[in-house]
Design a protein around this ligand. Structure first.
Ligand code: ZN
Length: 300
């Protein structure tokens, strides 16, 4: 069975009033175990990531300010959470969870992080609830340990993976692909190796057509030997921060397309959850759980 990194077994890092975006991390494992998709043994509690891997993706000055909690008020505001040691520790566990997941995916074909997909964190900044870029850190881990040579990061969160794009702008072994709502945060975009900025209210059919065309390109032209998938569910029409018009079914078809390409081309995939801000938390949990259900159906 595939492995799932779960940091949420540790103390909650945020004060009341800031917890809503994190509630899903407790609900998703419960739902999946309740349905019998996973059992508690499939989850692991990640350790803290070694600083050496953080520093492959992030700049020393930024990391030092982050861990010493000495970012300026403006830099903290850009992150959007009140900073604390526990919050930084949480990010360090999430990054390690993505590393361990990526390594386990080499054997198990697929692995998940219950959180992560913190794609707005760039080399020297945190932004939009993202402090450290977990998939970027794990990509460097694979490259440095010669566990992968050609990585594609497929970022289908509704927001551009600006941090990921910037971190890998000069890294030929990592190809960054971001498909997002064009007129949405971040308003100053970075340049991914391939960006698809979708118009407002893109529908199911259009979305899935464009995605399939691009997956064809990625798997036949770029030919990855490892994929990181950022499976944000803020593409749903119900999402408060979304601006696309996807149904729950189309969101599931999106995941099925990505997983199918990985399976058919025998490319291991690590999946981080990314965003999801529908007012009804049931929809968020359902959409994320669909990704796990599909992986179990397809790979196990
Ligand atoms: Zn997002």
């Amino acid at each position: 069975m595939f492995k799932v990194a779960n940091h949420s077994l540790f103390a909650h890092p945020l004060p009341q009033g800031h917890r809503f975006p994190m509630l899903k991390y407790e609900l998703i494992p419960s739902q999946l175990c309740h349905e019998g998709i996973l059992c508690y043994n499939d989850f692991f509690q990640p350790e803290l990531v070694d600083e050496k891997w953080i520093l492959k993706a992030h700049d020393m000055v930024y990391w030092t300010k982050l861990k010493e909690l000495s970012l300026t008020p403006l830099e903290v505001r850009r992150i959007g959470f009140p900073l604390s040691d526990q919050l930084v520790e949480r990010e360090c566990r999430i990054a390690q969870g993505t590393i361990q997941g990526a390594v386990s995916a080499l054997e198990d074909k697929v692995a998940f992080n219950i959180a992560g997909g913190t794609h707005h964190a760039g080399r020297d900044w945190g932004e939009g609830f993202c402090l450290l870029n977990d998939q970027a850190i794990a990509a460097y881990y694979l490259l440095e340990n010669r566990l992968a040579k050609r990585i594609v990061i497929i970022d289908l969160d509704v927001h551009q993976g600006n941090g990921t794009a910037q971190i890998f702008e000069n890294e030929p072994q990592v190809f960054t692909f971001s498909m997002h709502a064009a007129a949405n945060f971040p308003f100053r975009k970075e340049i991914s190796d391939k960006d698809i900025g979708l118009p407002l209210a893109t529908s199911d059919r259009e979305y899935l057509g464009i995605l399939e065309e691009n997956l064809e390109y990625l798997f036949h032209e770029i030919k990855p030997d490892f994929v990181f998938y950022q499976a944000g569910v803020d593409v749903l029409s119900s999402d408060k921060l979304g601006k696309l018009d996807l149904s729950l079914e189309a969101c599931k078809s999106r995941d099925a397309l990505v997983l199918n390409y990985c399976k058919r081309h025998q490319v291991p995939v690590q999946i981080s959850m990314g965003g999801g801000y529908s007012a009804d938390i049931k929809i968020i949990v359902e959409a994320h759980c669909n990704t796990y259900r599909l992986a179990k159906d397809m790979f196990y």
